[in-house]
Design a protein around this ligand. Structure first.
Ligand SMILES: [Zn+2]
Length: 201
């Protein structure tokens, strides 16, 4: 696990709410995670349970609680902002939609660079290798899982990944959790660092 103590908290949730106008009257109060949605958890949270093939290498965003205590789901088409300003490394297919990999120019004490990955989305047209992204902008919309007939609900997967300068990042793909040169961290560390958005379990 890499230290993130010097990294500013991500404004992801604030920007997400603003882009999707979710902070109105019956608005967002907190993210809601079922067992198996968070980093390192081993359960499947969809269908009839059981275990994943490996511990979860990120966080799945699918549900939130409103300030009236109602649980709501993220619908396909909801916009996704990046965690930080950055640059698109690559866009590739996944089981439900496409995956976007960004690099952020943020380094830890071992000179590993922070990358973030957004899975199961439809990237916006300007999102291609080399494109610059701003933390306050849209990069994608949540993909509709019905189009791929997948058993899990439409949702957004986010991973935070630390890679050395020499890592062949253009070849990054899913299934690298056992690669000794790929360090996954818990995305909630940067999302909850300022303690504003409490967990709702
Ligand atoms: Zn996931």
């Amino acid at each position: 696990m890499k230290s993130i103590s010097d990294i500013p908290p991500s404004a992801f949730t604030e920007v997400f709410l603003s882009l999707n106008r979710l902070s109105g009257e019956d608005g967002f109060a907190a993210w809601h995670f079922k067992k198996g949605m968070q980093f390192g958890e081993t359960e499947k949270w969809w269908e009839d349970g059981g275990n994943r093939t490996h511990p979860h290498e990120g966080v799945d965003f699918c549900f939130y609680m409103t300030d009236q205590g109602i649980r709501k789901s993220l619908a396909p088409g909801i916009f996704v902002p990046p965690l930080y300003d950055g640059k698109v490394v690559s866009v590739f297919d996944d089981l439900i939609g496409r995956t976007i990999l960004l690099q952020h120019g943020i380094f830890d004490e071992n000179n590993l660079q922070l990358y973030s990955l957004y899975g199961h989305v439809d990237p916006l047209p300007h999102i291609a290798g080399g494109a610059e992204v701003k933390y306050s902008g849209k990069i994608a919309a949540i993909a509709d899982r019905a189009l791929k007939k997948r058993p899990m609900p439409s949702h957004l997967h986010i991973s935070t990944i630390w890679l050395s300068e020499g890592f062949p990042v253009e070849s990054f793909h899913w299934g690298m959790e056992n690669n000794p040169d790929v360090f996954f961290s818990d995305p909630l560390h940067v999302l909850y660092q300022d303690n504003r958005w409490k967990l709702s379990l």
